[in-house]
Design a protein around this ligand. Structure first.
Ligand code: 16G
Length: 240
């Protein structure tokens, strides 16, 4: 199985072997793989080398470790297209997952200068500041910090924001959502967000900042969404 005379490094061969066993579903999602000691015995290679291969697969998101328990096959990352203006609720439903939210914060505030500028607000114009943890099948996927100009949706309240914001805008408020501008960047999760997302302190996250406009060009939200990097992959189709 392992060819020690090959020019392909042994740790790469082990990675390939483990991947194959995962893809063939010999090791299924959520199940543990053999321990590093068992693998080193099975393959006739050192534990150090096995550890390197397993660590690489953990870093690429195929496996995850649980302290003191073992190494498990991870759920494949969600592939999120970047080219449609969809809501979290729509995205999760389209995958057959059950979306839900937990409202952490809801307040009317005077926005910072930057937020006011992005939302084209005059000085002292208020926004709703909303923080929601977004879940898919009860697992935390993202945290969204949303700023919504009060003058655009004055009737918004804590109850109404419990469901889908976009469904509320298009259904109840009968407004058309037009377009949005997004920026994406990588970061290390903050201590606060690591608790909400149930991930380690040093984990990577992907942050998307979206400014969205109604069809008539009025900006209606500025959102900073923090996604678990171990659960998300962003995909875009490009053409030449
Ligand atoms: C998405 C949007 C966010 C929007 C939310 C509405 C990104 C980066 N962000 O998460 O801007 O506010 O959906 O979701 O995609 P909802 O209708 O389920 O409340």
């Amino acid at each position: 199985m392992i060819d020690k005379s090959s020019h392909v490094p042994i740790y790469v061969q082990i990675e390939e072997l483990l991947k194959k066993r995962i893809y063939m579903e010999e090791f299924k999602i959520g199940e543990s793989i053999p321990s590093e000691r068992e693998l080193s015995d099975q393959l006739g290679v050192s534990r150090m080398t096995v550890r390197q291969s397993v660590t690489n697969l953990v870093n690429s998101g195929l496996l995850y470790r649980e302290k003191g328990r073992g190494t498990y096959v991870a759920n494949p990352k969600l592939e999120q297209p970047l080219n449609g203006l969809t809501s979290f609720t729509e995205d999760m439903k389209a995958r057959g997952m059950q979306p839900s939210s937990k409202l952490i914060h809801f307040e009317k505030v005077i926005p910072s200068v930057d937020i006011a500028r992005d939302l084209q607000l005059e000085q002292e114009e208020l926004v709703f500041y909303v923080v929601r943890i977004r879940y898919a099948d009860r697992k935390p996927m993202a945290i969204e910090r949303t700023y919504i100009p009060v003058k655009v949706f004055p009737e918004l309240d804590e109850k109404k924001i419990m469901g889908s914001l976009y469904a509320l805008i298009e259904g109840n408020y009968r407004q058309k959502i037009g377009n949005a501008i997004q920026q994406m960047e990588a970061a290390i999760v903050t201590k606060e967000d690591s608790k909400y997302l149930q991930i380690n302190n040093s984990s990577a996250v992907l942050i998307i900042k979206r400014t969205s406009f109604l069809a008539d060009g009025v900006p209606f939200e500025l959102v900073r969404s923090t996604y678990r990097a171990d659960r998300y992959k962003f995909i875009s189709e490009i053409q030449r």
